[in-house]
Design a protein around this ligand. Structure first.
Ligand SMILES: [Zn+2]
Length: 486
């Protein structure tokens, strides 16, 4: 590696709060020297030098190496030792480590498994009260924070802990979590008072929630004491739960209780690929691939149109019951689109995998600053369903070891794949492409997908990172747009 010191970092593996490093160095360096050398490297330079590690360890909340780092043990490490280390880690349910080129590499992705709780009416009551009390506590802490201008978690804890315990009947752990949640909220912005919805989801860690996968139940803390509650989930979710780690969220949606658990899944090794399956995502035919296959969702649009009419009527009415109906409608529409997006993305990824191709999508980062955005895109840029499909394709591809390549979106629908002529006139209308120079013609979205596929230069790691980053900001945008729709 390109660090000036001679010992080189062979690999690293991050464990919850620290990182394991394997360093290879010539024999003239003593272990103590190696430790000193690495400790002496400023974190800024480390971040710069170890670009690949940075991708893995400098996530949204990761503060690894922010204040320098430490190597706990030093000594000679043989290939055997590293292999043993990997085996041991896997035993400790720390998965995702793999032996590669004489070192252990860590690659995993976080997925959310969602299960539905099946409480008795009494348990449902307890769960609801717990959620309401926890959120009321958050609101209380937020009020205090705002009034006293106390925003740091430590200070808030001192100021509110006792009062929250006494007033809201919450356990110590739930109280700590509520305070942390408020402190987190103010971390983003201290200029605005934070409000907490009465039924917002609340976080549980292993101390207040335990999963019993052998009989599909959880033991969960509520204000009416700990409850053993059965849960239901699909096969895939159940499989995911085996790798669950850390926190779960308890949420209430349409009168039903859900637990969302964070699961750490090993990322499969990338498969050997040749070429890319270009995918054009649009409104009319949700996805068209470069083979010309239309992953049609005409029924989605039908439903949407029907809903739009209904929505207008209800909005005009404006009564309370009309508002309730509107809310139900948008939930229904969202679930429907989500289901369709799952199906389409699954089909696309399966196709790419079967034909050993990467998936190419248009790169939408920074698209607002470009002038030549297609109309179909402009319409969908603000649609969360469109973004959802993109993110589904991306994570499903990642799970299947298929690289996702992002290409320059400029003129994908105006470029002639036969002669390369770029002209607005090549696209006489929404659905047709007809080259004004050579006469090559076809279905416009298909042509766009072909162009996308051709622009793809298969370069997996960079792209995967890029898209993951894009998805973070996407989530924010999605929620903003969703509430706007309601
Ligand atoms: Zn042409």
């Amino acid at each position: 590696m390109a660090v000036e010191v001679t010992p080189a970092l062979a690999c690293g593996a991050s464990v919850t709060d620290h990182v394991h490093l394997f360093v290879s160095a010539p024999p003239k360096f003593s272990p103590a020297e190696i430790v000193r050398l690495f400790k002496g490297i400023p974190s800024r330079r480390l971040k710069k030098e170890f670009e690949s590690l940075r991708r893995q360890y400098w996530g949204k909340n990761a503060t690894l190496w922010a204040e320098g780092y430490d190597v706990g043990t030093a000594g000679h490490v043989s290939a055997e030792t590293i292999k043993r280390y990997i085996e041991e880690s896997q035993k400790k349910s720390f998965q995702g480590l793999r032996y590669q080129n004489n070192c252990a590499t860590f690659s995993s992705m976080k997925l959310i498994a969602q299960v539905k709780l099946l409480p008795t009416p009494e348990q449902a009551n307890a769960l609801r009260q717990t959620i309401e009390q926890a959120n009321a506590a958050c609101q209380f802490v937020s009020d205090t924070a705002w009034e006293t201008k106390t925003f740091r978690q430590y200070d808030l804890h001192h100021r509110c802990y006792q009062a929250v315990r006494e007033q809201f009947g919450l356990s110590a752990q739930v109280t700590v979590r509520a305070i942390a949640k408020v402190a987190d909220a103010y971390k983003l912005d201290r200029k605005r008072k934070r409000a907490f919805k009465p039924t917002g989801s609340i976080a549980y860690d292993d101390r207040i929630l335990s999963w019993r996968l052998h009989d599909n139940t959880v033991s969960i803390w509520t204000i009416a004491g700990r409850q053993r509650i059965p849960f239901a989930c699909g096969e895939r979710q159940f499989e995911l739960l085996q790798t669950r780690q850390g926190e779960s969220d308890l949420g209430l949606c349409n009168g039903m209780f859900f637990l969302s658990a964070t699961c750490e899944v090993e990322e499969p090794e990338p498969i050997d690929i040749e070429g890319a399956l270009g995918v054009d995502l649009g409104v009319t035919n949700i996805a068209v691939d470069s083979d010309g296959q239309v992953h049609s969702a005409s029924h989605i649009n039908n439903v949407r149109h029907r809903h739009r009419r209904l929505r207008r009527k209800l909005q005009a009415k404006g009564t309370r019951s009309a508002k309730r109906k509107l809310k139900r409608l948008s939930g229904k529409e969202r679930r429907f689109a989500k289901d369709t997006n799952h199906r389409i993305s699954k089909k696309l990824v399966a196709k790419a995998k079967d034909t050993n191709r990467a998936i190419a999508l248009e790169d939408l980062q920074g698209i607002r600053s470009r002038v030549t955005v297609r109309r179909s895109q402009r319409a969908t840029l603000h649609s969360w369903a469109f973004y959802q499909l993109r993110s589904f394709v991306t994570y499903k591809a990642k799970q299947a070891g298929i690289p996702v390549v992002l290409v320059d979106p400029r003129n994908t629908s105006r470029t002639c794949p036969a002669c390369g002529h770029i002209d607005k006139a090549n696209r006489p209308n929404q659905s047709t492409f007809s080259c004004v120079v050579c006469g090559f013609a076809g279905f416009a979205d298909h042509i766009a997908a072909v162009n996308i596929s051709r622009r793809a230069v298969v370069n997996p790691p960079i792209v995967a990172h890029h898209e993951a980053k894009a998805n973070q900001s996407l989530e924010l945008r999605q929620s903003a747009v969703t509430s706007h729709l309601l």
